[in-house]
Design a protein around this ligand. Structure first.
Ligand SMILES: [Zn+2]
Length: 1056
């Protein structure tokens, strides 16, 4: 039996001429009431399939540093700029990040101030520095290569070694760096002879198919290279906005007016700008168009000087959060909404040499199941007997960018240009402009996003019923913190809302030093527990009834959940037979697949998969062993993950330990199965209860796409070569996702296959094939087009900072799995500097912009976001700056974040509330003004709230009005010696009610998590430091730069 998940080719021309039944249904996705497929009760399950893991072959941060470009820039007319503003840059708040509660000592030896990243003694005429960065040849990380050594085979519940499948090297081809000739005043033309682009070596992909799950046809390359490809017909252009059209440029600049220069640097005036109109890329010499070309910040001090010359106020800040590039839809109205797919730049470079000068990652963030506003649901199309219409050659799904010819009898594929026959059932006449007359009735021809009902040929087995299996640690640690009670009650409260009624399956396995199976047979009145203590040869004590139909066994399930907390009330067992329990869960679930939810409160200590208390190790930091702390300690976990994915099982981990519990190892189960890691360090029911309840309930009740695979096809000349997120690669470009939902996004990097792109437009198509909870096979398809350009400036202008930083964050987190934290941070910084330097070189000389940091409007927040990334929990500092488990959990979390949540996490919101609470209106959208993330914004008379999307912190100023305090707490603060245990009550007064409404408002911004609200008083150390001050990323904290210092560093490094 093969698992599902195959986009099975078929549908060659000549299908039967049955009446076309189709039509489109305006049914919201995820709520269909499709055919109910009966769920066979599971038989006695002992998985015997030979184990052959499908190792994921993503690459670590794989772009090679560019070779030094030996151009010598013209001397800059840098003029000292003496700001009349207060010298805010040297302000120090006097705060040093406190050691975390673990009382680690923070030693200077393990932190290097970012100032040392790159030399900053740049002078105006210096040569480009060779990047001080480790050579590109990084050793492969164990996470990214298949487990070394014997893997295991399930046979009768025990493991046997078996030989390993070969790995597939993945990753973009090494970029060839263009050797720049010495620079003249003119920006070099990308196709000028000074560039000597060489085609990069193509990565060698073998047709790697894991475990025999994928029909050979799926491993075929998208475009069998030997076939001649005909040129696109002229008709193609009628659906594609013209590249030359001014409308494309219309939204450049002017959207956000550039901030006025602070002060006027001597020697730089508007008049001088006007003197060189013809040299600027803005033809016509219009001042406005010049302003639209770039933004800049005055940096008045001489390079190398310590005097800050940047005005704090003038620094760009993303105070409105993510700005979706919805303007793309103005130029490409047939594209899917950017919430589903965002390119890092909506202008694809036309050549390898041009790409080499972009320096930032070229790629996309794909969020296939992003939640949509009401009324914009993705429409469902059922082709009925005509079958899903796809290109015969490249398997692209029919979409709004295909063109019809031959009086409607043929259609041309927009990805590979092949002329396909229109099936008889699908025929429609064309109007005078060559469009089909029925286009308005056909979402697949008029909408960028659509969902097809997949016929049986897209199934290898009948769609399985949704199933939920719970693996619950009941050792003393779990009992003591109140976890069992909350878990049982929350699951019980969600039973009515579990997706898939009436087919939903459910089961439980509890464990400490032994495994406890629970018979939930519907004929029982109470569940029966069977204990298996033999951990070496795990077997199922019962062939059936460990995973049961929820509707049939509802009363037994409820009885089990009611008794669960008391069942283990006095349990003093400290051991955890986690690995054997995982084996047992696999045996129960392997036939149906589904979701495995793991609740783990301690370090696995018994049987296979037991983990060492390796903990964090100060001595490893700064050495080439550092990264090993952040990767799984035992290949068992990745092998199990591979086995789970093969059986369509997704794993979510809820981890609660107050001690080290090796999140690095446990999390890999979620990473390779499309799952998620929830971490509640030092869980206490009283403080974390609400958050945990909410997040568990969301996990259980959110809609799921089951048994899914995703592939992103691209037009000629480009292809996605690396993927970053939680999934397992089933072939070079097929992502296996046993379960996926609206909270998961994926990053991917794009490579140019040809030296020179010959098309004007490149197309992308995301296809997610999945089983809905109702048991219907569906294909969700998002299609987008982007222009191919030969102008480097345009590539920068069309950059999407949100997509860039989301992709950079994923690359940086992956990089920490094979390198030092310091190296991962440096690499991101280097990319930023190179891109700004490249951009600067386009414009600086002809506009005499020495002394200014130049950047495109589109990237104005990127320097700040890169700083935020370097200061994020996953990447910051070293040993003393984040507990290892929390760092690893944060890393797993970042890998799946959609763009909006990533940006909120990187640059959280800070709002002053005292006036809003006492005077403001209820319209929080307007009354909540986001502030710069610096302690300078904190007024001792104020009340502030800080919100990073995961937690909120309320900060009470020392001189905050006692009336407000009383209104909120019902007492004065002296009655609360320990604010860490205080829960905000809702009191019967307007201030308290309004505060609750603010919290609700912030939480509703993001339904995927529950923001724990913590309260801290000004000066209450160390809590104030860890909860708020160390997160004010614009300030200098131990070993990190302030925003101003950062900008100065970037400015210095990007000169030359
Ligand atoms: Zn095609």
């Amino acid at each position: 039996m093969q698992p599902m998940g195959n986009e099975k080719p078929g549908n060659v021309p000549g299908r039967p001429l049955s009446p076309f039944l189709a039509g489109s249904q305006a049914v919201p996705p995820f709520t269909s009431s499709g055919p109910v497929v009966g769920a066979g009760a599971s038989g006695y399950l002992r998985a015997t399939a030979p184990f052959s893991s499908a190792p994921q072959a993503t690459t670590p941060f794989s772009s090679a540093p560019q070779a030094t470009t030996p151009f010598s820039s013209a001397p800059q007319a840098t003029t000292p700029f003496l700001s009349s503003q207060p010298m805010t840059g040297t302000q120090t708040f006097g705060y040093r990040a406190p050691a975390p509660p673990s009382m680690r000592s923070s030693g200077p030896a393990i932190q290097s101030p970012p100032l040392s990243y790159l030399p900053h003694d740049a002078t105006a005429s210096q040569q480009t520095q060779a990047p001080r960065f480790p050579p590109p040849a990084q050793p492969p990380t164990p996470l990214h290569s298949p487990p070394v050594g014997p893997s295991a085979v399930y046979a009768g519940g025990s493991f046997r070694p078996q030989s390993q499948m070969p790995t597939v090297p993945m990753g973009p081809p090494p970029q060839n760096s263009a050797q720049l000739a010495s620079r003249s005043n003119m920006p070099p033309l990308p196709d000028s002879s000074s560039f000597m682009p060489r085609p990069p070596p193509q990565p060698s992909y073998s047709n790697f198919v894991s475990g025999g799950n994928v029909p050979p046809s799926l491993a075929e390359p998208l475009f069998p290279g030997s076939k001649p490809v005909s040129q696109p017909s002229p008709q193609t252009t009628s659906y594609v906005p013209s590249l030359q059209a001014s409308s494309y440029h219309a939204h450049q600049g002017g959207v956000v007016p550039p901030p006025p220069p602070i002060g006027t640097p001597a020697g730089f005036s508007l008049r001088e700008q006007m003197q060189f109109p013809n040299l600027g890329p803005a033809a016509g010499g219009h001042l406005q168009s010049l302003v639209e070309e770039f933004q800049s910040l005055s940096v008045g001090s001489a390079p190398g000087s310590l005097d800050p010359g940047v005005n704090l106020e003038s620094l760009p800040r993303p105070l409105n959060g993510d700005e979706e590039p919805s303007k793309v839809l103005d130029s490409y109205p047939l594209n899917c909404h950017p919430r589903f797919l965002r390119l890092t730049t909506h202008a694809v470079p036309s050549s390898q040499s041009l790409l080499a000068r972009w320096h930032l990652p070229l790629g996309a963030i794909v969020h296939p199941l992003a939640e949509v506003p009401e009324g914009e649901e993705v429409q469902i199309v059922n082709f009925g007997s005509a079958g899903v219409i796809r290109c015969r050659r490249c398997r692209t799904y029919i979409n709004p960018y295909v063109t019809f010819t031959d009086a409607g009898r043929k259609w041309r594929c927009n990805l590979c240009s092949l002329l396909n026959d229109v099936p008889g059932d699908y025929f429609c006449a064309l109007d005078a402009t060559g469009r089909r007359c029925d286009i308005a009735q056909r979402p697949e021809l008029s909408k960028g996003s659509v969902e097809f009902v997949a016929p049986t040929e897209y199934m290898v087995r009948p769609p399985m019923p949704p199933s939920y299996f719970f693996l619950i640690d009941v050792s003393v640690a779990a009992v003591r913190c109140g976890l069992l009670e909350i878990t049982a009650k929350t699951i019980k409260s969600c039973l009515d809302e579990l997706p898939g009624f009436p087919r939903t399956q459910i089961g439980f396995l509890t464990f400490d030093s032994a495994l406890h199976f629970h018979n939930l047979k519907s004929s029982l009145s109470q569940p029966q527990m069977m204990v298996v203590a033999d951990l070496d040869d795990v077997f199922l004590p019962l062939p059936d009834d460990l995973l049961v139909n929820l509707a049939d066994s509802r009363h037994v399930v409820e009885a089990f959940l009611d008794s669960l907390p008391s069942m283990f009330q006095g349990n003093a067992n400290v051991e955890s037979a986690f690995g054997p329990a995982l084996n047992a869960a696999f045996m129960v679930m392997s036939r149906l697949g589904g979701k495995l939810l793991i609740f783990q409160s301690t370090l696995p200590s018994l049987g296979i998969g037991r983990l060492r208390l390796r903990g964090d190790d100060l001595r490893a930091y700064g050495t080439d062993k550092e990264h090993t702390l952040r990767i799984p300690d035992d290949p068992f976990y990745k092998q199990m993950a591979a086995e789970f994915t093969k059986s369509q099982i997704a794993v979510d981990i809820f981890a609660f330990s107050e001690k080290y519990s090796d999140i690095a190892s446990l999390g890999s189960l979620a990473k390779y199965t499309g799952g998620q890691v929830y971490h509640y360090p030092s869980f206490q029911a009283i403080t974390h209860g609400d958050k945990y309840r909410y997040e568990l309930a969301r996990d259980l009740t959110r809609e799921i796409a089951w048994e899914a695979v995703m592939r992103v096809r691209c037009g000629k000349g480009v292809r996605f070569t690396t993927y970053h997120g939680h999934f397992m690669l089933r072939s070079t470009d097929l992502l296996a996702l046993p379960a996926v939902d609206s909270d998961k996004a994926f990053g991917m990097q794009l490579s140019l296959e040809d030296t020179l792109m010959t098309t004007q437009t490149v197309y992308f198509q995301v296809a997610l094939l999945y089983t809905s909870s109702s048991g219907e096979r569906r294909i969700r398809v998002h299609t987008a087009a982007a222009p191919v350009v030969a102008d480097l400036g345009e590539i920068y202008r069309q950059a999407d900072t949100g997509a860039i930083i989301s992709l950079l964050s994923r690359l940086a987190v992956e990089n920490t799995l094979s390198n030092k934290l310091e190296d991962a941070r440096q690499l991101v910084q280097l990319k930023l500097v190179k891109s700004l330097k490249e951009y600067r070189n386009l414009y600086v000389v002809q506009h005499r912009l020495g002394g200014r940091l130049i950047f495109p409007e589109s990237l104005k927040f990127l320097p700040l976001y890169v700083l935020c990334l370097c200061k994020s929990l996953a990447l910051r500092g070293g040993y003393a700056d984040a507990p290892l488990d929390e760092r690893c959990a944060a890393g797993y979390g970042m890998m799946i974040l959609p763009i909006r949540r990533m940006l909120r996490l990187l640059y959280p919101g800070l709002y002053r509330l005292d006036e809003v609470l006492t005077k403001g209106a209820d319209n929080f959208d307007e009354s909540l003004k986001q502030l710069a993330l610096t302690a300078q914004c904190l007024d001792a008379r104020g009340l502030y709230i800080y919100d990073d999307g995961f937690t909120t912190t309320i900060w009470l100023g020392r001189m905050l009005s006692p009336d407000i305090v009383n209104s909120i707490f019902g007492d004065n603060l002296s009655s609360f010696p320990d604010l860490s245990r205080v829960q905000l009550p809702e009191l019967d007064n307007e201030v308290s009610r309004k505060l609750m409404r603010v919290l609700k408002f912030l939480r509703e911004n993001d339904p995927s998590v529950y923001q724990l609200c913590r309260i801290v008083r000004q000066g209450e150390q160390p809590r104030e430091g860890s909860l708020l001050l160390s997160n004010l990323i614009e300030d200098q904290t131990a070993g990190t730069s302030s925003y101003i210092d950062w900008i100065l560093q970037i400015y210095r490094q990007s000169q030359g």
